[in-house]
Write a protein that binds this ligand. Structure first.
Ligand code: BGC
Length: 462
């Protein structure tokens, strides 16, 4: 399909829509799980498994999709992911018990994981270098919008058993709408021009590039020549991941693990419970706390979208790490020193600052960078590895957070001291290991990596 007649906004909006489902499907369960628990008479462990089954499915989905996307193209697999989203959302809406719910959530996880590995590479490969930061941030913008919509849907459907279907069925089923939009969108979307060049389909790639760059100052023919040069480099296949692209693999895995280990999902998934258990807030406030977090998170990501092409990625990451380390470091100290009731308001403010720090930096940039730093030949597999690391990190934090909280007698200072440690580690990681990608084409990034590896091996052979 040619990109003709499709506006750039349409392409990037629908291209990033997988993010909305990612956010929605991970966010919705916080409100739906207590309702499912009581409806199916489940134990806490079973409910916990329903919550984490998405994360298990995502890790597997993310890992398996990459090599397929290098073979069959980003677009076709986005279509496949959207079909999985439709099936998973439908099945979870009509699940009849624990087992069918777990199966539905694993299928959904598979779709979420696939989308999270496909979308960053797809967006990076479509964007022009000067705008790649903001266009890549569309993915995180969609994730945060998805989370917010999930919270709003929880709020809207709670206690409304419409048409004889229980509230939680509507909550889970509302994901069918964005899934359908992604399905239609991904059929219309153009294939990535870089994938097309890699497969020798030069004329199609030229068409897509001309259409995409029609309203920019970029020269599509020059860009095409650059992509062809890279595509003509000797190919090492998967071995590249262990040779000149090894630094990219290490950076991707650490970026993604740290993105989770700074603890963002303790806030996104569990904060209401923290306030109820730790500060004695009434249960009825839980959903409002969630909506508040969702709004702050989304608004700060809009800010990120606006600044992403103006500052170096490394500068923004460093800023985010420092803001997070300070805010949750102070939060932790206050919760160990103040009386519980005095700590509640400062904790809330500091969590707001922490979300700001994450949302303008590590939230968008990690997803952006895993689409940028891998060589064309193995970009699909590379983003898969990065994405899977993210889901595994997410699983670890989600499994241990409540236990950690319990270990510290419901004092949030405990788990947040652990997250502060990782936020400090992230400062050093950015300073010493993260490369700068702003303003360079994907081809320049790849050529720099090849040159560095050649220089290094020449120095070793001396
Ligand atoms: C993370 C998610 C998180 C979300 C919060 C994403 O970048 O990967 O795990 O829930 O940001 O906005």
């Amino acid at each position: 399909m040619k990109a003709r007649h499709l506006s750039t906004f349409f392409i990037f909006f629908f291209g990033a829509l997988g993010g909305l489902l990612f956010g929605f499907d991970t966010g919705i369960i916080s409100g739906a799980s207590p309702l499912i628990e009581s409806n199916f008479n489940l134990g806490t462990e079973q409910t916990g498994f329903i919550v984490s089954s998405v994360l298990i499915g995502s890790s597997v989905g993310a890992l398996s999709i990459g090599s397929l996307s290098d073979r069959f193209g980003r677009k076709h697999l986005l279509v496949l992911a959207s079909i999985l989203f439709l099936i998973g959302s439908g099945l979870s809406m009509f699940a009849q018990g624990f087992v069918s719910m777990v199966i539905a959530r694993i299928i959904l996880g598979f779709a979420v994981g696939s989308a999270s590995a496909l979308t960053p590479a797809y967006l990076a490969e479509l964007a022009d270098a000067p705008h790649r930061g903001s266009l890549g941030t569309m993915f995180q913008l969609m994730i945060t919008l998805g989370i917010l919509l999930a919270y709003v849907s929880n709020l809207g459907f709670l206690h409304h058993n419409l048409l004889g279907l229980r509230d939680w069925r509507w909550m889970l089923g509302s994901a069918l709408i964005p899934a359908l939009m992604l399905f239609v969108g991904s059929i219309i979307l153009p294939e990535s021009p870089r994938y097309l060049v890699e497969k020798g389909r030069i004329d199609e790639a030229r068409d897509v590039l001309h259409e995409l760059r029609a309203k920019t100052d970029e020269d599509p023919d020059k860009e095409l020549a650059g992509i062809q040069e890279v595509a003509n480099q000797p190919k090492g296949g998967l071995k590249e991941l262990f040779t000149f692209a090894r630094p990219a693999v290490i950076v991707a895995i650490l970026l993604m693990l740290l993105q989770q280990l700074v603890g963002i999902n303790s806030v996104i998934y569990f904060l209401p419970q923290v306030f109820i258990k730790g500060f004695g807030f009434p249960e009825s406030n839980a959903i409002w706390i969630s909506v508040g977090i969702g709004i702050v998170n989304f608004l700060c990501t809009i800010l990120a979208y606006n600044i992403m092409d103006r500052f170096n990625r490394r500068t923004i990451l460093l800023f985010g790490s420092i803001v997070m380390a300070l805010s949750i470091g102070i939060l932790s100290i206050l919760n160990f020193t103040l009386k519980v009731q005095d700590a509640a308001v400062p904790t809330m403010i500091l969590i707001g600052i922490y979300i700001f720090g994450f949302a303008v930096s590590w939230g968008p940039i990690c997803w952006l960078m895993i689409g940028e730093i891998f060589p064309l030949n193995v970009r699909g597999v590379g983003t898969s590895i990065g994405s899977a690391a993210n889901w595994i990190g997410n699983f670890i934090v989600s499994q241990f957070f409540l236990e950690l909280l319990h270990m510290f007698n419901n004092n949030v200072g405990g788990p947040f001291a652990v997250f502060t440690f990782f936020a400090i580690v992230s400062i050093f990681f950015v300073i010493y290991m993260v490369p700068e990608t702003r303003g360079k084409t994907l081809e320049q990034i790849e050529m720099d990596m090849r040159k560095n590896a050649a220089l290094k091996s020449a120095a070793q052979n001396k």
